[in-house]
Design a protein around this ligand. Structure first.
Ligand code: SF4
Length: 274
């Protein structure tokens, strides 16, 4: 009798999505709208539009990344002009995608917001981490849930202090986050903690969001997410169920006034017949 080898979870993922792993952002896309996930990760449809908020957030992220990379290399913090150049680079590298701006918003008005944010960031304690920077945009990959594909994570900032390995994820928001909002978003960091705990074996991991607001006077606030074993176990069960739904092909539209106006798949969504 010839034994037929069953494909591994990574092979199944590659067959389905072209990637032999899952990321938190892909799972989040599925939870927000399964059909959007299908268009992006399974059908691989081109995305002709992009929300201005996404371009803005990743351009700010790029500027912060540059700041911390310089510190990691033992250099002085970059100037405001250098950070702004990175921010503008984030806009010019987006290719041919049409940017969908919000009401009363354009690239110039957002550039002024970016300047205010970066000035506030440079003056904040976030800009000078208390400890040794271990990684910036640190890419980690590991199998954290048996039977599921590997998880790939990019940790924005990892700092080792006397007491812990601190994992910081940057977020750009329209307004300040409450601690409750941070807790609601905390599954991402709980998943990352499973990868980060290998970085310095035996040292506890501390998780936090650094939330930068686009308000007139920008705020830069940190929200710690408590690493509770029950929450980690719950997060893993959620990830398992989400992946099983993807494997089973449970794709359907989940229209929402928050997601649909800036969704790059509005046209194919309207044509989708179920
Ligand atoms: S338009 Fe709305 S329902 Fe359709 S795929 Fe996009 S987010 Fe989902």
């Amino acid at each position: 009798m010839i034994a037929i080898a069953r494909p591994t979870a990574n092979q199944v993922a590659e067959e389905l999505t072209g990637r032999s792993y899952v990321s938190f952002s892909s799972l989040r896309t599925f939870r927000e709208c399964p059909l959007r996930y299908y268009f992006r990760y399974i059908a691989g449809l081109p995305e002709e539009t992009v929300a201005a908020g996404l371009v803005f957030g990743s351009a700010i992220h790029r500027a912060l990344e540059t700041h911390f990379r310089e510190l990691l290399s033992g250099n002085r913090p970059p100037s405001l002009d250098a950070l702004l150049a990175e921010y503008h680079g984030g806009w010019s590298d987006r290719g041919e995608q049409q940017v969908l701006f919000g009401k009363g918003e354009d690239q110039n008005s957002l550039a002024m917001v970016a300047r205010r944010i970066l000035v506030a960031f440079q003056a904040s304690e976030l800009a000078c981490p208390a400890g040794t920077i271990l990684g910036v945009e640190e890419e980690l990959r590991e199998n954290v849930i048996p039977g599921l594909p590997d998880v790939l994570a990019r940790l924005d900032l990892v700092v080792e202090t006397d007491r812990a390995v601190v994992v910081t994820d940057f977020k750009t928001a329209r307004a300040r986050w409450s601690q409750e909002q941070a807790e609601d978003a905390g599954e991402q960091l709980l998943l990352y903690s499973e990868l980060a705990k290998q970085l310095v074996p035996g040292k506890p991991v501390k998780l936090e969001f650094a939330v930068v607001t686009k308000t007139k006077v920008p705020a830069i606030e940190r929200h710690e997410i408590e690493l509770v074993p029950q929450r980690v176990a719950r997060m893993k069960r959620v990830v398992r169920r989400v992946w099983r739904a993807i494997e089973a092909g449970h794709f359907y539209p989940a229209p929402s006034p928050l997601s649909c106006p800036t969704c790059p798949f509005r046209k194919p969504c309207r044509k989708w017949t179920g």
